[in-house]
Ligand binder design. Sequence first.
Ligand code: COA
Length: 159
Amino acid sequence: MLKFWMAPGGLHVEPAETGDAKEMARIHGQSFYRGWPSSDFISFVEDKASPAYVACDARRRIAGFALIRMVADEAELLTIAVDPKWRGKGVGRALMDAVFADLMLSPVRRMFLEVDEQNTAAVRLYETLGFSTISSRKGYYARPDGSAATALVMARDLG
Ligand SMILES: CC(C)(COP(=O)(O)OP(=O)(O)OC[C@H]1O[C@@H](n2cnc3c(N)ncnc32)[C@H](O)[C@@H]1OP(=O)(O)O)[C@@H](O)C(=O)NCCC(=O)NCCS
C-alpha cells in the first residue's frame, strides 16, 4: 500500500527509508542535547516494530521526522523533530497526523509519550492533538548544565 500524506509547505509525509537515517540523525542532533548516531536510525527504520515517518519534499529533502515503537495495542512516540528552519509551519502536526492515520490500520489503540515539562512547543503540540498528562517523572532528563528536568507522561486514545 502506498503511504503518503500531504503536509504544509509543499511537503508530504511518508515512511522513512534506510537512506534517510543520516538526515534524521542530523535533525535529531540539532534538536536535542544528546544526539543519536545515524546507525541507531538505520536500526529503527529497518525494524517493523518501530515505524518511522519523514516529512520531505519531492526531492526527499527532509524537514522533520517522527519515530514510534509499537507493542501489541500500544504505541510510544520515541522522538519527533523538525529542522529549526521548518519549525512553526505545521510540519510537526502533519507528522503526528500521519502517525495517527497509519496507526488506525494497526491494532494500536493507545499512544504514550514522554516530554520535558519545560518544552513548551512540544507540550502545546501534544495538547492540541488530544494528549493529556497521566503522570510525571522527576529528574528524568539531564540538562547540559547538569541539572535534571521533569518528564510528563502523556497519553491519547486512538480511534
Ligand atoms: C516540537 C516540534 C516537533 C514541533 O514541530 P513544529 O513543526 O514546529 O510544530 P507545528 O508548526 O506543527 O505546530 C503545531 C502546534 O504545536 C504548538 N507549537 C509549536 N511550536 C510552538 C512554540 N514555539 N510555542 C508554543 N506552541 C508551539 C502549537 O500549538 C502549534 O499549533 P498552532 O500553530 O496552531 O498554534 C519542534 O518544535 C521541534 O522539533 N522541537 C525540537 C525537538 C523536540 O523538542 N521534540 C519533542 C520531544 S518530546
